[in-house]
Design a binder for this molecule. Structure first.
Ligand code: ADP
Ligand code: ADP
Ligand code: ZN
Length: 226
């Protein structure tokens, strides 16, 4: 029996443009499979809110819809992934977003003897992303994601924790969507070929309803984790 393989924690990557549903699906997979969602967007927003030096540098770039420097993002990710709660496996939501980040992740995983189980590409049409992003809100109590039309809170309250405080992200404005999609196509989309070449690419139709996408994601995950 190969103990090494059995104890190796799962590493899943979610790839997709802003608004594709990465955060929504990562939270559902986290519950279903006991993995930990690592969102570099959430980590960066926390750094901005805390006013750390990295957060101060990241803020303007995030507001403009660009990508934060690889150096900052890799440092934040390396720090978080080393935490105890990540030992059963992680779902990377929004990382890597550049080839440099993908290579840094490969180096990190090879140093710990881990492997990527799958990079799951959420396939969507750019034209639907403005509506998804401009209708997005997040529960301030527990972080659950909502959408004005596609996943409204129940009578104005979060179905998970009951909070009525729903926040909108500073960068979720129609004006920044174009630059964020541009950054995605120029810098992140090449990772689809990168992970295809590595033999770990999977794709799901993320234009379908949330629960249908979740079912397809779960099938993929079951097929790649032991
Ligand atoms: P979305 O959910 O719209 O895809 P995220 O919450 O993942 O957005 O990220 C918000 C912003 O944080 C991005 O527009 C970018 O400025 C920054 N960011 C998040 N992850 C990364 C990353 N891996 N590399 C560079 N910038 C990042
Ligand atoms: P990402 O993390 O990729 O930026 P989110 O998971 O935050 O995307 O989803 C963006 C918005 O679209 C949220 O308001 C979410 O509720 C909604 N959403 C997510 N998946 C779907 C879907 N399959 N159909 C319709 N709306 C969706
Ligand atoms: Zn909540």
């Amino acid at each position: 029996m190969n103990v090494d393989v059995m104890t190796r924690p799962a590493v899943l990557i979610l790839l997709g443009p802003p608004g594709a549903g990465k955060g929504t699906q990562a939270r559902m997979l986290q519950e279903k499979f006991g993995l930990v969602q690592l969102s570099t967007g959430d980590l960066l927003r926390a750094a901005v809110a805390a006013g750390t030096p990295a957060g101060k540098q990241a803020k303007a770039v995030m507001d403009a819809g660009g990508l934060v420097s690889d150096e900052i993002v890799i440092a934040i990710l390396n720090d978080r992934i080393a935490a105890e709660d990540c030992r059963n496996g992680v779902i990377l939501d929004g990382f890597p977003r550049t080839t440099v980040q993908a290579q840094a992740l490969d180096d990190l995983l090879s140093s710990t003897g881990q492997k990527i189980n799958a990079a799951i590409s959420l396939e969507v049409d750019d034209s639907a992303m403005v509506e998804r992003i401009s209708g997005r809100s997040t529960c301030a109590g527990c972080g659950e994601g909502y959408h004005d039309t596609f996943k409204p809170p129940h009578n104005g309250a979060c179905v998970k924790c009951g909070s009525t405080e729903l926040t909108r992200r500073a960068d979720d404005r129609a004006e920044t969507v174009a630059s964020r999609l541009e950054a995605y196509h120029a810098q992140t989309a090449p990772l689809i070929a990168y992970y295809k070449a590595a033999g770990v690419l999977k794709s799901v139709d993320a234009m379908a309803e949330i629960d249908k996408v979740a079912g397809d994601m779960a099938s993929v995950v079951r097929s790649v984790i032991g």
